[in-house]
Write a protein that binds this ligand. Structure first.
Ligand code: SAH
Length: 251
């Protein structure tokens, strides 16, 4: 009896690990998130119990906390009674996926668990779109950050907001997840702290899926980008290296 926290990768089933695919084929129970694509779920055995525990964006709202509590309860319940339980998360389970909290719950309940890492959208979506997140002479660091804690008015959330001023000064490549609702406030915070308003920016929506769309702009133009979640925002000179018209993803 083991609960496996499996990273589903960014969307394209070809980007799921071999270990992840093997576990999906043998799982008795699969609890999956909203970001997991139907192409990945197609690997699950037809007689497996498949539970949608998808959360709406807004992981800090009281409703989301209640749902997270319910996920913990289901993990413990099925972890005690089924041989192979897969907790399937978009991207990598430990990158903004609340995987750490679920491990704490399993530990407290004495249920064995394992992590099967996945290709995080932060790196995989940018890469598949032709953006090298580091590049000699252009970016010697890449920082992955959540944009979720800034509300639409630019007010930081309680106690765990990224330090945008410090991030602006660090330079390199910035990859922002969950940043679409706050994109105007994020762009303003970075420019106010000294990042060049002409810094290239790419927004990639539904990356690595047949629905992928990408817009290239600058920090000045970011608020006007007409794409929605799920999307990654890539900020930095490496964005200029992306091909103008990237090849359509496989699908
Ligand atoms: N654990 C996940 C991230 C969860 S947070 C990972 O490692 O990728 C959810 C955010 O991930 C979304 O708001 C979006 O910013 C990003 N994301 C996930 N899948 C994506 C995709 N296919 N295309 C673009 N962004 C994606």
């Amino acid at each position: 009896m083991t609960v496996y926290l499996v990273g589903a990768g960014p969307g394209d089933p070809g980007l799921l690990t071999l270990r992840g695919a093997e576990l999906l084929r043998s799982a008795d129970v699969v609890l999956y998130d909203r970001l997991v694509t139907s192409d990945v779920l197609a690997l699950v055995r037809s007689d497996a119990l498949c539970i949608d525990v998808g959360k709406r964006p807004g992981t800090d709202t009281p409703g989301a906390d209640r749902r997270q509590h319910e996920i913990g309860r289901l993990l413990v319940e099925h972890g005690r009674t089924s041989a192979v339980v897969v907790r399937l998360k978009g991207g990598d389970p430990f990158v903004f996926g609340r995987g750490g909290e679920e491990v704490e719950i399993l530990e407290a309940a004495g249920i064995p668990w394992q992590i099967v890492p996945g290709v995080t959208s932060a790196l995989g979506v940018a890469g598949a779109a032709g953006i090298p997140v580091t590049h000699r002479g252009l970016a010697s660091s890449v920082t992955i950050v959540t944009g979720h804690t800034l509300d639409r008015g630019g007010t930081p959330g309680p106690g765990h907001e990224p330090n945008w001023a410090a991030l602006a000064k660090t330079g390199g490549t910035l990859v922002i997840l969950m940043g679409m609702a706050s994109r105007a406030a994020i762009a303003a915070a970075l420019v106010d702290a000294g990042r060049d308003a002409d810094t290239p920016v790419a927004v990639i929506e539904h990356g690595t899926t047949p629905a992928q769309r990408m817009v290239r702009t600058t920090l000045t133009g970011l608020p006007d980008v007409d794409l929605g979640p799920p999307a990654v925002i890539v900020v930095g000179p490496v964005v200029a290296l992306a091909p103008r018209a990237p090849e359509a993803p496989r699908g």
